[in-house]
Design a protein around this ligand. Structure first.
Ligand code: PGA
Length: 258
C-alpha cells in the first residue's frame, strides 16, 4: 500500500444477519474499532438491516455500505432499491458487480457500468468488483478478463468522479473457499488493474484509487496481503461476520499504516 492511499477494510455480510442480529454485530464491532481513524472501515449489511445498523454507527468512525442498488432513480422496478433510498439511510459505499450478482443474477459489465455511474452521480462510493474464475485462471485469461471488466465497468467515469471509486479484486475461486491468492499473485493482478485505471483515467487519478483484495482474507493472511504495494484494503465476507476477526483485520491495516 502506498502512503498516498488510506486503507479501507470493508465487510460484506452477504445474506446474513437480520435487522436485530445486524445491530448486535455492529455494536460489537463499534466497541472494538469504532473510534480508530488510521483506517477507513465500512460494512455492508442486507438492505433490511441498514437502518438498525446505521443507528449503531452514528457515533463511530465506521461507514455504512450496501451490497447492491438499481441504476434508475425510481420507477416500476419491483424488488429494487435506488441510490437515493440508500443515501436516505446514511449509506456511503455500495458494492457493485460482486461475482455472486454476476453469476446468480445475470449482471453484465454493462449493468455494472450503469450502476457505477448512477452511484457516483448520487455521491455514493462504489466498490466495483472484478475477478476471474478458476477456469479462466487456468486458461491464462486472468488479465484479459480483469481488463475487460475494469474497462467496461468504468466506461464513461471521469478522473474527477473517480476519487470516490474503489475497485475490489476478488478471484472467484478464492471466495468463501478458504483458498487465498498468494500475496504475489494478488499483487500482480492489482498492478495490472492500476495500470488499466491509469489508461482510463490518467496516472494521477489511478494512483488515488483504492484497490481492495477479497477472497478468504482473514487474520492469518491479512498482514502479508495488505503489505503489498497495490493492495489498499480488503473486502471481507466470512471473516466480517465475527467482531473479533473483523477487528483484527482493521488492526492489521492500522499497524501497516503507521
Ligand atoms: P470471503 O468473501 O471473504 O468469504 O471469501 C469475500 C467476498 O465475497 O466479498
Amino acid at each position: 500500500m502506498s502512503n498516498s492511499r488510506k486503507y479501507l477494510i470493508a465487510g460484506n455480510w452477504k445474506m446474513n444477519c437480520n435487522a436485530g442480529e445486524g445491530a448486535a454485530l455492529a455494536s460489537e464491532i463499534v466497541a472494538e474499532v469504532g473510534q480508530q481513524t488510521d483506517v477507513n472501515v465500512c460494512f455492508c449489511p442486507a438492505f433490511t438491516a441498514l437502518e438498525t445498523v446505521s443507528k449503531e454507527l452514528s457515533d463511530s468512525n465506521i461507514a455504512l455500505g450496501a451490497q447492491n442498488m438499481h441504476f434508475e432513480a425510481s420507477g416500476a422496478y419491483t424488488g429494487e432499491v435506488s441510490a437515493e433510498m440508500l443515501r436516505h439511510l446514511f449509506v456511503s459505499y455500495v458494492i457493485l458487480g460482486h461475482s455472486e450478482r454476476r453469476e446468480y443474477f445475470g449482471e453484465t459489465d454493462v449493468v455494472v457500468n450503469q450502476k457505477t455511474r448512477a452511484a457516483l452521480a448520487a455521491n455514493l462510493k462504489p466498490i466495483v468488483c472484478v475477478g476471474e474464475s478458476l477456469e479462466q485462471r487456468e486458461a491464462d485469461e486472468t488479465i484479459a478478463v480483469i481488463k475487460t471488466q475494469v474497462e467496461a465497468g468504468l466506461a464513461g467515469v471521469t478522473a474527477e468522479e473517480s476519487e470516490a471509486l474503489v475497485v475490489a479484486y476478488e478471484p472467484i475461486w478464492a471466495i468463501g473457499t478458504g483458498k487465498t491468492a498468494t500475496p504475489e499473485m494478488a499483487e500482480a493482478v492489482h498492478l495490472e488493474i492500476r495500470n488499466c485505471l491509469a489508461g482510463l483515467l490518467g496516472e494521477e487519478a489511478a494512483g488515488k484509487i483504492r484497490i481492495l483484495y477479497g477472497g478468504s482474507m482473514k487474520p492469518e493472511n491479512a498482514d502479508a496481503l495488505l503489505a503489498q504495494e497495490n493492495i489498499d484494503g480488503g473486502l471481507i465476507g466470512g471473516a466480517s461476520l465475527k467482531a473479533q476477526s473483523f477487528a483484527s483485520l482493521v488492526h492489521s491495516a492500522a499497524k501497516l499504516a503507521q
